[in-house]
Design a protein around this ligand. Structure first.
Ligand SMILES: Nc1nc2c(ncn2[C@@H]2O[C@H](COP(=O)(O)OP(=O)(O)OP(=O)(O)O)[C@@H](O)[C@H]2O)c(=O)[nH]1
Length: 309
């Protein structure tokens, strides 16, 4: 059986990334799960869950690169599951391939955001090639997205990403009647840092600060954005004030613990200040951004190396 991942273009990195890709199989028939795993496991990382509800739960903590979704399942059906998953900002771009046993639902599959479907009984070649094709497109699209939306110095998301992301997070929070948090983080006395240690050293520490913030964030849906200069924004979906204070305390603590010498700072090492706002009681993303910025200003006024909310 000629299932050859190497035939996917001549780009070695892409082959490695394909091998690393996560495929989530959502199927309630153990035999089909076994067959699909047998076909795909040598080429991709495959996980499986046996219901729509379990798929939604799984996606709260993981982001798959592709989902194979059975249409007919006990409980939440494939169509309903797809609709729900597509409404989540971090899953909205994940290709979903339906597994169907009839042509009846074809139009609905396209309507709810499916990229393709596989007819039961399926063949090895069809499953492998459909999955490979859509994963390749997804990886190439991710690469382009990264070029457009990542900050080249720090490697975290840039301001352009923020503008589209915050709109989706805000909409989703309102639809789900959930809170979310936005946190401004600004490096303290950074002008002095550049003046004392030079711009190149400043760039190096900016990168370290960005990566430290990134590592501090635990949930896959949490993101950090370089908002401009030495200022970062963290967006925490499904998070209230209490949770966002804990995360911000960790960020401040972890950056302080880097112990980066800064003779021009009152603290003698590099620190950050933060301002937190959450959606509760506010109208939406424009107001939350302004409130978080105002709170950051208060942290600076109160002496820096602290958070305000
Ligand atoms: N090295 C480096 N510095 C940058 C970059 N972007 C912005 N900065 C510097 O960050 C400094 C920000 O200065 P200010 O806005 O006065 O803030 P600050 O000195 O950190 O003071 P406080 O925020 O009040 O603690 C400026 O000197 C900018 O040049 C960058 O990409 N690399």
């Amino acid at each position: 059986m000629g299932l050859n991942t190497q035939s996917v273009g001549n780009n070695e990195n892409l082959i490695i990334e394909l091998f690393e890709s996560k495929v989530l199989v959502v199927e309630d028939q153990p035999l089909n799960v076994l067959l699909l795993k047998r076909i795909l496991s040598n080429h991709f990382k495959v996980e499986s869950v046996e219901s729509g509800e379990a798929a939604i739960k799984w996606c709260e903590n993981h982001t798959p690169d592709l989902i194979l979704l059975d249409i007919v399942m006990d409980g939440m059906g494939g169509i309903e599951t797809c609709k729900y998953l597509k409404s989540l900002p971090e899953i909205s771009n994940v290709p979903i391939i339906f597994i169907t046993s009839s042509h009846e639902n074809e139009d609905t599959c396209w309507d709810v955001g499916g990229v393709d479907f596989i007819q039961k009984p399926f063949t090895k070649k069809t499953v492998f090639n459909r999955v490979k094709t859509h994963l390749t497109i997804k990886l190439q699209r991710d690469k382009l997205t990264n070029l457009v939306f990542l900050d080249s110095l720090t490697g975290v998301f840039n301001r352009r990403y923020f503008d589209t992301h915050i709109e989706k997070v805000d909409l989703n929070a309102k639809r789900m009647n959930e809170d979310y948090a936005l946190i401004f983080i600004d490096i303290d006395f950074f002008k002095q840092f550049n003046d004392i240690y030079g711009h190149l050293e400043g760039d190096k520490e900016l990168k370290i600060v960005a990566q430290t913030i990134q590592k501090t964030l635990k949930r896959p849906r949490d993101v950090v954005i370089r908002f401009g200069g030495e200022e970062f924004v963290i967006v925490l979906p499904s998070t209230d004030l209490k949770g966002s204070i804990l995360v911000t305390e960790d960020v401040i603590k972890n950056i302080s613990a880097l112990n980066i010498p800064h003779s021009g700072s009152n603290f003698k090492h590099l620190t950050v200040s933060a301002g937190i706002a959450t959606l509760r009681g506010l109208k939406g993303e424009t107001e939350i951004l302004k409130v978080a910025d105002d709170k950051l200003y208060i942290s600076k006024q109160l002496g820096r190396n602290r958070l305000s909310y």
